[in-house]
Structures are given as structure tokens and as C-alpha cells.
Design a protein around this ligand. Structure first.
Ligand code: PLP
Length: 380
């Protein structure tokens, strides 16, 4: 059993992927070939954003909007602590300071009260200038954009949506990636829309910002490649990866439907014995991960492993406790949810091709573990 079965997807797609790769190899247009533009247009339509600018990875997709907006030394960027390192890393790379905010216990996304408190703290201290928020759509579930955008407008903060895990997810009918001034995503192979290497993209409705992002991704180019108007970087999506992504985007919606079925089966099979993921009404998760929470998590993980069932702990330590980030500011009142989750969370196999029999085996193994350890778990 695989945690994420990319082989099953490859098999299902038959020769389409190979043919797409062969076409690029034979064309010789390895950098910025026509597939890159075609993919950008198709993904912009899917996400519902005016512009899609492909880049080399999801980390650059977060970093380039900071560069393009001049966010840097003396600026504060509010980020959740319970996320992948890249969300805060880009802020530090831009020489601004990440300010760590707690997450909600149910959605695992940025906590609005903690965000408000962190903004007030930074304003009262006066050392940093509040400039932006990077909400993360963790595990594929969109953050609370109604509340976030209200705060951002009031405080004049830029919102950069970290939708690295959430392409295919939606909030109130709007696709993840389309929120804020810029949405950023990753095509890392295990993501809901993944390629066969590194890749990423940025989304925006703002024409001027789109032009700037494209420039920063291409050595700060102006009118031509040899006209440099910004200090930029080299961040492009390879043509081969774009060709692969065009094929995978064509089946993404079908895969999303299949992921919802898997998630529903987990919720129905496990909801009475462990804490299962909750999706607010009006949202669709892209189910990049299916997380459960329980006491006795380490013993459960070992129990699953004994039965050949893979599981992963995302994330073992929140960012505000990591050596590289612990000196940055934190929201007042501490980050209790971000600190408690790493002890309880466990992500189960989740992909569109998970066989019902395999899923039932996972559910039975967890029920069996909880049943035979109920007295001990209740005491923990
Ligand atoms: C929440 C989040 N942000 C950013 C990234 C960075 O993406 P990449 O690995 O493509 O640089 C990832 C994934 O790896 C992620 O999960």
C-alpha cells in the first residue's frame, strides 16, 4: 500500500504522459516552449484567476510576490506556525520578519484571533511595519478568507495565499489559489496537482503585478531578455513539466471527486473513534493530506506500520520552535494549538486511487487499535 500512489495515476493515464514528454524532447524547446503558456492559460481558467505565471517551485511562487512588492527589511509578514518551512522561509529570505500566528484546532489554518493579536502587538511595539499575511490552505483546505480579507483591507496588508497543497480545493465556490493579491502553488510530485520534478505557479488578477512577477522570475527582465529592470531570479517551469501538467490537469477534477469519496469513507469509518478532519460548509478540500488526531499517536503509527500501512506525521515541530525560526516574533498568548498538534496528528494514505479494500483495512486497523487501547487512551 502506498501513502500517495503516483504509479496508479500513471497507469490510469496510459501513454498520454509518455507521448507528451516525447513531443517536448523532439521539439527541442526545453525552456519556455509553447506548453508552458498553454498550461498557464488552462490553469488560470481552472483556478479562476486572470493571470497564471509558472515558476520553478512553490517556494519561489511565495518568494517572488514578496520581492515584486518590495517587502523587505523592517517589514512584518504574518504566517501560521503549523505549516511547511517554505511559508516562513521566504519571508526571512526577503529580509523581512515572519511573525508566527497560531492555527485553529479544527481547520489547522491560521487562527483569526491570534492573527488580530499579532497585528496589534507589532503595531504597538513599532519596531516592524505590518505588510502582509501568508495564509496557508493546509492539507488542501482553504483558510477563512472572508475574515482574513476583512482584516487585510482594514490594516492595508497584502495577502499572499499559500495554496501549495490546495489546487482543486474551494471556498464558497471560489477555487484555492485565487484568493488575495497573489496565490502561490507547488507542483511537487505529491501535491494534488503534481509534476515529475519541481514546479510552481502564481495567480493574480492584477495586470501590473502579473507583469512584475513575470519579470522577477526571469532575471528582472524589461522589454527584452537583455534589458534588466529589477534584480530578479531564474525561476521557470520546464517545458517537459508543463506538458506533464497539461495532461494531469485534464483529469484533476475527476481526481478531486474521487478524493472526496475517500475522505467521506474515512470520516464515516473513523469519526467515532478518533478526531477526523472537518470541512466547513461551503468548502471543498483538495485533500492533499487526510489527518486524524488521537492520543497514543506514536503507538498507533507503529501498529499501522506493522500491518504494512504507511502513515506520516505532518508536522513534527511547529516553525516557531525550529532552530532557524525561533528567534522571530510570535503572537501574544503563545501558540498552544501549533504546539499540541505535533503530538496528536497522523496523516493516513490519501489519493484518488486508494482501493476500497485497502481503505477498509486501514479503518479496521485503527478501530482495532483504539478498541484494544481504549482504557489507556482515555487516561492520556
Ligand atoms: C504549505 C507549503 N508551502 C510551500 C511549499 C513549497 O513548495 P515547493 O516544495 O514546490 O517549493 C510546500 C510544499 O512543499 C508546502 O506544503
Amino acid at each position: 500500500m502506498q501513502f500517495i500512489d503516483l504509479g496508479a495515476q500513471r497507469e490510469r493515464m496510459g501513454d498520454r504522459l509518455k507521448a507528451a514528454i516525447d513531443r517536448v524532447v523532439e521539439s527541442g524547446r526545453y525552456i519556455l516552449g509553447p506548453e508552458v503558456g498553454e498550461f498557464e492559460q488552462k490553469l488560470a481558467v481552472y483556478v479562476g484567476s486572470k493571470h497564471c505565471i509558472a515558476c520553478a517551485n512553490g517556494t519561489d511562487a511565495l518568494l517572488l510576490p514578496l520581492y515584486a512588492s518590495g517587502i523587505g527589511p523592517g517589514d512584518a509578514v504574518f504566517v501560521p506556525s503549523f505549516t511547511f518551512a517554505a511559508t516562513a522561509e521566504v519571508v526571512a529570505l526577503a529580509k523581512a520578519e515572519p511573525v508566527f500566528v497560531d492555527v485553529e484546532a479544527d481547520s489547522y489554518n491560521i487562527d483569526i484571533a491570534s492573527l488580530e493579536a499579532a497585528i496589534s502587538m507589532v503595531k504597538a511595539e513599532g519596531r516592524l511595519k505590518p505588510k502582509a499575511i501568508i495564509p496557508v490552505d493546509l492539507f488542501g483546505l482553504g483558510a477563512d478568507y472572508a475574515a482574513i480579507m476583512k482584516i487585510a483591507e482594514r490594516e492595508k496588508l497584502m495577502v499572499i495565499e499559500d495554496a501549495a497543497q490546495a489546487i482543486g480545493g474551494s471556498v464558497e465556490g471560489r477555487m484555492c489559489g485565487s484568493f488575495g493579491a497573489v496565490g502561490a502553488t507547488s507542483f511537487y510530485p505529491a501535491k494534488p496537482l503534481g509534476c515529475y520534478g519541481d514546479g510552481g505557479a502564481m495567480f493574480t488578477n492584477d495586470d501590473a503585478l502579473a507583469a512584475k512577477l513575470r519579470s522577477f522570475a526571469f532575471h528582472g527582465k524589461g522589454e527584452t531578455q537583455y534589458d534588466n529592470i529589477h534584480v530578479g531570479v531564474n525561476s521557470r517551469l520546464d517545458t517537459i513539466q508543463a506538458a506533464i501538467l497539461i495532461e494531469k490537469l485534464a483529469i484533476l477534477e475527476e481526481e478531486m471527486v474521487a478524493r472526496q469519496v475517500v475522505a467521506k469513507r474515512y470520516a464515516e469509518g473513523l469519526g467515532d473513534v478518533v478526531k477526523v478532519a472537518e470541512v466547513p460548509a461551503g468548502s471543498r478540500s483538495a485533500w492533499a493530506q487526510y489527518a486524524i488526531e488521537t492520543s497514543g499517536r506514536d503507538a498507533l503509527k507503529a501498529h499501522l506500520q506493522e500491518q504494512g500501512i504507511p502513515s506520516v506525521i505532518y508536522y513534527v515541530k511547529p516553525l516557531h520552535e525550529q532552530v532557524a525560526y525561533r528567534h522571530f516574533p510570535q503572537a501574544p498568548g503563545g501558540l498552544p494549538v501549533s504546539e499540541a498538534l505535533p503530538k496528536r496528528i497522523l496523516c493516513l494514505p490519501m489519493h484518488p486511487y486508494l482501493l476500497t479494500d485497502d481503505q477498509d483495512r486501514i479503518i479496521a486497523a485503527i478501530r482495532n487499535f483504539v478498541g484494544s487501547n481504549s482504557a489507556r487512551l482515555a487516561a492520556e
